[in-house]
Design a protein around this ligand. Structure first.
Ligand code: 5AD
Ligand code: SF4
Length: 445
């Protein structure tokens, strides 16, 4: 067996893709390793969303160049591949900047990996074309046979690409136009995962609630329909989905949150900013009020639903007043968790061409203020859980002897003193304390 080492950057879709690469390469005799020194093939599955993420790849390649030299001195060959969104965006440029790279391939070509790796043994290979055909077409057979369940929870990509073109974002360029997988294909993969012991599936898409896959009769169906189909799978206990766009939260999906207990009451619904002027120049296609009204409707349907979000500070033209509108929106929503970023100029996006870029020190200062508020809200949310009882899916041993750890519906780690035999089960747990990120509870019998 040859050894494969994959390092994954960025979002959950890359985590999913890395697993699929391992599955694809398992067929040609590669076995995953966590020890880079043993690797015959090193793949960096990269992220291009912000400049910092993209630059990480080049610093890692600097280290790999040295490692490869020392391996060669020992007579050991090591192939280096770059996958993911930096590969898609920069293509051959990567080899020009880092000649140590043997193979560059974009997110649309991981199913061709065995062939590409074979070619890369003899020549430099760059494969970043978007295929004319739907890449998922290649997957059903291979996937059903090779999707390997890797624990109790799993990601499952149901949709890729984005047609929204937010003016700060590279995704529509790196991942291309929206493509949804047919319902039957998703159901088959989910069934396969459940057969392998998976209890909780998170459906993934860059814009997952814009999902519109074909059913067996050739009719286009939305995410809610897909969720109802998956909810019928015996042995599947929990469903989640991420990431959603406010514009695509339709009534059917909101009703699914009302009616389906196995759909977790936790929703990642990025708003990015709270000022209508900035939302408009970001091309988000909704106002702050429309977002707030939507949150009201969701919370009316499912009162125990908690929200998380993404925010960008320092988008071109953002004044102190605009930033204050973001702070106000956060105060009005009360997030359970959130990710926040300084605006990062991405070449090729409309935002990069805009006047009034915000100075770095102003972005930094606003990010500090926003994160302070978001951290306080997260703490407040965790504290509000004390005294409540939730179902917890136990996933593994805890740090201390006699402890097991699981996840609440809100993805908080929950620690309890209980027998290891409960791992893999869902138990009602009453929460009696919070740590920095986790909750402590007792199983209610
Ligand atoms: N600069 C900063 N943050 C960005 N994001 C996307 N593009 C940029 C950018 N150019 C953030 C958004 C998005 C999350 C995945 O990354 O908040 O929701
Ligand atoms: Fe990027 Fe906007 Fe599409 Fe999300 S919705 S992937 S932020 S363009």
């Amino acid at each position: 067996m040859k050894k494969l080492f994959i390092k994954t950057y960025g979002c959950q879709m890359n985590v999913y893709d890395s697993d699929r690469m391992s599955d694809a390469l398992a067929a040609s005799g590669y076995e995953a390793t966590t020890e880079i020194n043993d690797a015959d093939l090193v793949v960096l599955n990269t992220c291009h969303i912000r400049e910092k993420a993209a630059e990480k790849v080049y610093s890692e390649l600097g280290r790999l160049r040295i490692l490869r030299k020392s391996q060669e001195a020992k007579g050991k060959k090591m192939m280096i591949g770059i996958a993911g969104c930096v590969a898609q965006a920069e293509g051959e440029e990567i080899m020009r900047r880092a000649p140590v790279v043997d193979l560059v391939f974009g997110p649309q070509s991981y199913h061709k990996l065995p062939e590409l790796v074979g070619r890369a043994a003899n020549e430099k290979v760059v494969e970043t074309d978007f295929p004319a055909e739907d890449k998922f077409e290649h997957l059903p057979k291979a996937k059903r046979e090779t999707t390997i369940a890797r624990g109790l929870t799993s990601f499952l990509t149901v949709q890729e690409g984005c047609d929204k073109f937010c003016s700060f974002c590279v995704v529509p360029y790196t991942r291309g136009a929206e493509v949804s997988r047919p319902i039957a294909q998703v159901v088959a993969e989910a069934q396969n995962l459940v057969d392998g012991g998976v209890k909780e599936i998170t459906l993934l898409g860059q814009n997952v609630n814009a999902y519109h896959g074909l059913d067996e009769k050739g009719n286009s169906k939305g995410l809610a329909d897909l969720i109802y189909r998956l909810a019928d799978i015996k042995g599947l206990d929990r469903l989640r989905y991420t990431t959603s766009h406010p514009r695509d939260m339709d009534d059917a999906l909101i009703e699914a949150h009302r009616d389906l207990d196995m759909l977790m009451p936790y929703l990642h619904l990025p708003v990015q900013a709270g000022s209508d002027k900035i939302l408009k120049s970001m091309n988000r296609q909704h106002t702050a009020k429309e977002y707030m009204d939507l949150i009201d409707r969701i919370r009316t349907a499912r009162p125990d639903l908690a929200l998380s979000g993404d925010f960008i500070v320092g988008f071109p033209g953002e004044t102190e007043e605009d930033f204050e509108a973001t702070m106000q929106l956060v105060k009005d929503v009360h997030y359970a968790a959130a990710y926040s970023f300084k605006y990062s100029t991405r070449p090729g996006t409309p935002g990069a061409e805009m006047d009034e870029q915000v100075p770095e020190d102003v972005k930094y200062e606003r990010l500090q203020r926003l994160q302070e508020l978001l951290n306080a809200q997260q703490k407040e949310f965790n504290q509000s859980c004390v005294g409540q009882t939730f179902p917890v899916l136990f996933e593994k041993k805890g740090r201390d002897e006699g402890q097991i750890v699981g996840r609440s519906p809100y993805l908080q780690p929950v620690q309890v003193d209980a027998d290891l035999s409960l791992i893999g089960t869902i138990q009602q747990v009453s929460m009696h304390d919070t740590g920095k990120f986790s909750l402590f509870g007792k199983i209610v019998t």
